[in-house]
Design a protein around this ligand. Sequence first.
Ligand code: NAP
Ligand code: MG
Length: 403
Amino acid sequence: MPKIKVKNTLVELDGDEMTRVIWDKIKKQLILPYLDIDLEYYDLHVLERDKTNDQITVDSANAIVKHKVGVKCATITPNMDRVREFGLKQQWLSPNGTIRSIIGGTVFRKPITVSNIPPAVKSWAKPIAIGRHAYGDIYKNVEFKVPEGAKAELVVTEKDGKESRKLIHEFKKSGGVVQGIHNTEKSVREFAQACIAYALSEKIDLWFSTKDTISKTYQGMFREVFQEEVDKKAADIKKAGIEYFYTLIDDIVARVVKHEGGILWCCMNYDGDVMSDMVASGFGSLGLMTSVLVSPEGIFEYEAAHGTVTRHFRKHEKGEATSTNSVATIFAWSGGIGKRGELDGTPEVVKFARALEDATIETIEEGEMTKDLIPLCTSPDPKELNTFEFLDAVEKRLKTKLG
Ligand code: NAP
Ligand code: MG
């Protein structure tokens, strides 16, 4: 069978531990036999980051900026234990943090839905993607404990020295706490742009919520800026046949649990922190959660939402069989390949990516899966496969699909 030609470069970021093992298998077994593809490879193994003083991470992010699409394997973010384990020079920063600071943009998490793995919430028939505004608010707060009798004020000093002052609270009868938080219009605007880009790319409605009835100025700014960006893209939104829906956060929470899904839920920082965990656990397994970084300029980096699955890697190192779920990692590859095909205008490449996804889902739907999914599965007699048997089962179906 002739290989399908991928027109432009896909940037590949290799990683650590069990996901590195799976990564290589997926590439050799499910990608390279079918695609004639130029992969620009960056090895983000923790020792390689250490050897290059983390330059490799910076280089990989710049390569994604250049080529517009990247796929990333999970990587270790070193803590002190890891520094000792690998003899590292220092606790290198989180690669995802470094890459995000170069590419910019927002991380969207989307569960993979499979018919025999029903979500905890009965009405969720389609995925709910979550976009979290990951800047500011309480995550960059400044706070004090305040003694009784003290007075707390909010003071803003402008460039020319002009001062504005507001009383927060007089702690007359009891001490307490006080906190200052901030956000920037630029960051909110870029968040809105990334959310719109993602919703257009996935062709799903976008929902946004704040609590602007209470926080009229602070959260009100989020609502206004979001609306301005939506208005700028009104023609594209209409053309894609999708809608923008704004409501209060409590209203949206109530609606989401009765909704069928198939939406992008754009969240302020704290809401996204809490709600992404709720949605993830509602959909089942970490092994079914994908993640993509989307920049306002339309740069895409795909990965699995889980980590390097260290506990399974320890078993693998000892030669014991593991049952690590590779679905989210397969979907990182298919996501990147599908996006490459879409940007290049090569429908046959997009078709391959969808075939790989379908083969993966059908494997589970036909009752063959890794251990983590067995307790969640409604099939009468599910068959537990180890890490590599599952990939073989996907390969078998992919072969059939591609004729
Ligand atoms: P983790 O790798 O996500 O694993 C936590 C546990 O979740 C596993 O022990 C396993 O449970 C289950 N699990 C996660 N993914 C699974 C999969 N694909 N198949 C089956 N089970 C799965 O998180 P962690 O142990 O906290 O972190 C390990 C390393 O990953 C750390 O060094 C961390 O820095 C890194 N990390 C990287 C990223 C990233 O690159 N995006 C994200 C998170 C963490 P059982 O052991 O019960 O089977
Ligand atoms: Mg959280």
